[in-house]
Ligand binder design. Structure first.
Ligand code: URA
Length: 239
């Protein structure tokens, strides 16, 4: 991404970018995730399709009675970055894609600021695949029923890093009730996969003064990813 576009995304985030004069015209920093659209193998593609069908027809918890449709996930079927949110909201339930409402637009801008795009190099999924009525918090039994789907998505995707957005996603993935503020700025693990935590974009819309902290988290996550992949080939070689 060029400097001008990065500045535009940071502007959308509400973050002033202070650039030293001498480096203002320097080439852009390496993107967090180089394009990684490795095509999955035939077996991988079949695994994704089987899983998608299971999610779309799932009746494991009562949420299937109130949802419009299951919301599976979006992004390349093999890539290094996985973003995990909480559960579909009204717009996601209507359109069948995670993070497509106002919060989703902010999430896209946040991800773009570190070189990530759902059509190119980041997969986006939720803990729950069905919308809880009235956007209430997921119940533990709903998370337990849905978690195997997320685990299978992770198995198929094989991400190098997970970004958990929001307290609910972070606490459920990490099995903790620590507040989000205490989980930020550290590398956790979900299974074997490094996991970094940041604020939910819906929270940031309500509390714009924390956008700067979210930007710190994104830079931290990008640094972790760069450290993890230093000297290794990009995803394109992993099929
Ligand atoms: N909030 C989430 O956590 N996920 C979505 O898909 C939309 C809003």
């Amino acid at each position: 991404m060029d400097c001008e576009r990065r500045r535009d995304y940071l502007y959308t985030l509400g973050i002033d970018l202070w650039v030293p004069r001498a480096t203002a015209a320097a080439p852009p920093a390496t993107a967090a995730g180089a394009p990684q659209s490795a095509a999955p193998s035939a077996a991988g593609a079949a695994g994704w399709e089987r899983l998608r069908q299971e999610v779309l027809t799932c009746t494991r918890c009562p949420l299937h009675t109130s949802r419009t449709q299951g919301v599976f996930g979006v992004g390349p079927e093999r890539c290094d970055w996985l973003v995990i949110g909480e559960a579909p909201g009204a717009e996601e339930d209507r359109r069948g894609e995670p993070f497509v409402g106002v919060a989703g637009q902010l999430l896209d801008a946040m991800l773009k600021a570190i070189g990530l795009d759902r059509h190119d190099n980041v997969y986006i999924a939720n803990l729950l695949k069905s919308r809880p009525p009235g956007n209430r918090d997921p119940k533990p039994e709903e998370v337990a029923a849905c978690m195997p789907f997320l685990e299978r998505q992770i198995e198929l995707l094989q991400p190098k890093i997970i970004l958990a957005v929001g307290r609910i996603a972070a606490q459920n993935l990490l099995g903790t009730d620590s507040p989000l503020g205490r989980l930020r700025g550290a590398v956790h693990r979900f299974g074997a996969t490094p996991l970094v935590v940041t604020y939910h974009p819906a929270y940031l819309l309500r509390t714009p003064s924390d956008k700067r902290k979210a930007w710190e988290d994104l830079k931290f996550a990008r640094g972790v990813y760069q450290e993890l992949t230093r000297g290794s080939a990009t995803d394109g070689d992993r099929a």
